[in-house]
Ligand binder design. Structure first.
Ligand SMILES: *Cc1c(COP(=O)(O)O)cnc(C)c1O
Length: 368
């Protein structure tokens, strides 16, 4: 039995006709840059996430750069973030000329540790970038309190957590600016690249809109140097169709997770994802921790079960950030976890018998 880590065909097959229909509308209107489908999708996202402004852009990485530019983060500023995330979380800080400062994670949730944030604050600290890793919100109550106490901005990198909540509030709408990615493997993915900024602030909303079109307003007059970073009109049309299903997809992922918890509860050698009581996760990944990670990965691969390591090398140890002067041992939890994590299939359409097969394979591996 072959089990894919993600099967986009299963996701698209039932909705392809609706998608083609919406794409045809774009093709007949010929309004390709910020066409009506973009505004429609932005409005739908504002309703879905209960947020005042949703601003589409070209990808999740640009969304982070736009967020930092809107907050005037620049050379000489420090931005605290997690070393255990996708590269873009830290590269955006470098790209605006500021300095990334890494605060280690908590071992149970994989999310940034509020106590470590507080320890990393200096006179130069301007902002915190929080990541809701694998679809689980970080501890936003504690992080917002720290930000308030030290007058710092909070950017929520919610590329992996669309629709997840903390304390019943949608992640990405709690800090000053939240960002989303519509990369195909995210829970709401498009057929290419796409991204979005979210904010409750009218000022920041207007500024983000201006920044995504070269910082111009009115046309050909530039108050700031912005980006050329718009959400493509075709992608917006596709996303509008998919958004109708997002809620049910999240429910299906949680149901799949529940089955893993039942089937794997007696396997002492692996630790299943810990979900914070205040967090409602959407399981972009189902990531387990095990000392024999590389062996288990080989075993799963030999049975044609898709699995992946997110992420094998923490950001503070990446070659491109050597100039920051971090060394091994500076973020010990991230470093240890990077050697132990393994993400296994969890996508919405994953059949129960495949989940059973994955669980069986894991159980047999540890009983050998
Ligand atoms: C995917 C991802 C991004 C970047 O999104 P792109 O759309 O690929 O640019 C940023 N941060 C995190 C945590 C991600 O997982």
């Amino acid at each position: 039995m072959k089990v894919q880590l993600l099967d986009l065909n299963a996701q698209y097959e039932p909705i392809m006709q609706d998608i083609r229909h919406e794409m045809d509308k774009v093709l007949s209107a010929h309004q390709y840059i910020l066409g009506p489908a973009v505004k429609d999708f932005e409005n739908q996202m504002q309703d879905y996430l209960n947020v005042k402004h949703a601003i589409g852009c070209a990808n999740g990485t640009d969304a982070l750069v736009l967020a930092l530019k809107a907050l005037k983060i620049e050379q000489g500023d420090e931005v605290i973030t997690t070393p255990f995330s996708f590269f873009a979380t830290a590269s955006c800080i470098h790209r605006v000329g500021a300095t990334p400062v890494f605060a280690d994670i908590k071992e149970d949730t994989f999310n940034i540790d509020p106590d470590q944030i507080e320890k990393a604050i200096t006179k130069k600290t301007k902002a915190i970038i929080v990541v809701h890793l694998f679809g689980q919100a970080a501890e936003m109550d504690k992080i917002m309190a720290i930000a308030k106490k030290h007058s710092l901005y909070v950017v929520e990198d919610n590329a992996q957590g669309i629709g997840c909540k903390y304390d019943n509030q949608y992640a990405g709408t709690i800090g000053d600016i939240g960002t989303l990615s519509f990369f195909p493997s995210k829970n709401l993915g498009c057929m290419g690249d796409g991204g979005m900024c979210l904010t409750q602030s009218d000022d920041l909303g207007a500024k983000l809109k201006q920044l995504r079109t070269h910082g111009e307003s009115p046309k050909y007059f530039h108050q700031w140097v912005g980006l050329n970073s718009r959400l493509d009109t075709l992608q917006a049309a596709i996303l509008s169709v998919k958004l109708r299903h997002l809620q049910s997809w999240s429910v299906a992922r949680r149901k799949n997770a529940k089955l893993y918890y039942e089937l794997l509860k007696d396997v002492k050698e692996i630790q299943l994802p810990y979900i914070h009581p205040k967090a409602e996760t959407i399981y972009n990944q189902f990531t387990v921790i095990t000392d024999r990670r590389d062996e288990l990965m080989k075993e799963l691969q030999s049975k044609e079960i898709g699995c992946a390591i997110y992420y094998p090398l923490p950001l503070h140890l990446q070659e491109c950030f050597a100039y920051l002067g971090y060394k091994k041992g500076d973020c010990p939890i991230s470093e240890r976890i990077a050697n132990k994590v393994l993400s296994i299939p969890i996508y919405s359409e994953l059949p129960a018998e495949q989940i059973r097969f994955v669980a069986d394979t894991i159980i047999k591996f540890y009983n050998k």
